[in-house]
Design a protein around this ligand. Sequence first.
Ligand code: KIV
Length: 263
Amino acid sequence: MNLSILNKKKQQGEKITCLTAYDASFARLLERAGVDMLMVGDSLGMVIQGQASTLPVKLEHMLYHCQNVRRGCSAEMFVIVDMPFMSYSQAPQALENAAYLVQEGQANMVKLEGGGQVAQCIEAIVAHGIPVCAHLGLTPQSVNKIGGYRVQGRGERNAQTIFEDALKLQDCGANMLVLECVPQQLGKQISEKLEIPVIGIGAGAYCDGQVLVSYDMLGINQMHLPRFVKDFSKEADGWLEAVQKFVAEVKSGQFPASEHCYE
Ligand code: KIV
């Protein structure tokens, strides 16, 4: 998998599948099940480390898990790694840390959260040949500012801000966008407008692809889960089959269904 194949999938209307992975065994299983991309998300702070948020996650943690994931999957697998909180507060620092994750962790792409305030970081990273995935809507690293994990982009003004940020980050060179927890209509508008693939998580059925936290969609995470999560393990015989079901349902448009989407 590579960026030009992913872009072609968007152009041809073929849905892209992505799940989080934090270790070699999961990476192997997800690749075997046919997932297009693996995301070493900083959600590992919550599902692996048991933290209350993603804020305590450090660059070293991301590197460690990225290396583990890379060892478990083939060189062809497209691996996205999250840049943790405060690892991209300035463009030179962002570039240095992104290069570290790509060089030492062998990630194909780095992901960072935020709107216009991360534009310079994105420009600096992509200028050096490192693909960037932007992340808008619910940005968990800003949970204290947002005041909780809630739907973003409701109301015309809020929706317009996210829409404009998406265009701006694409103009700055972002190669992909993760859109989290926004009304389905906004997910549709942004996916139709942008040329880069838009991967939704609680952003409705019209995004170019879907990502979920693997521990959530396999029913491993026993914490409260948002409505956009479907537990695929309930209808499957084992984890491999559950992930295969996720891939099939995303590709066919069966997931997310209306009960997983926000108005
Ligand atoms: O940290 C994470 O796992 C993410 C997601 C988009 C699933 O950012």
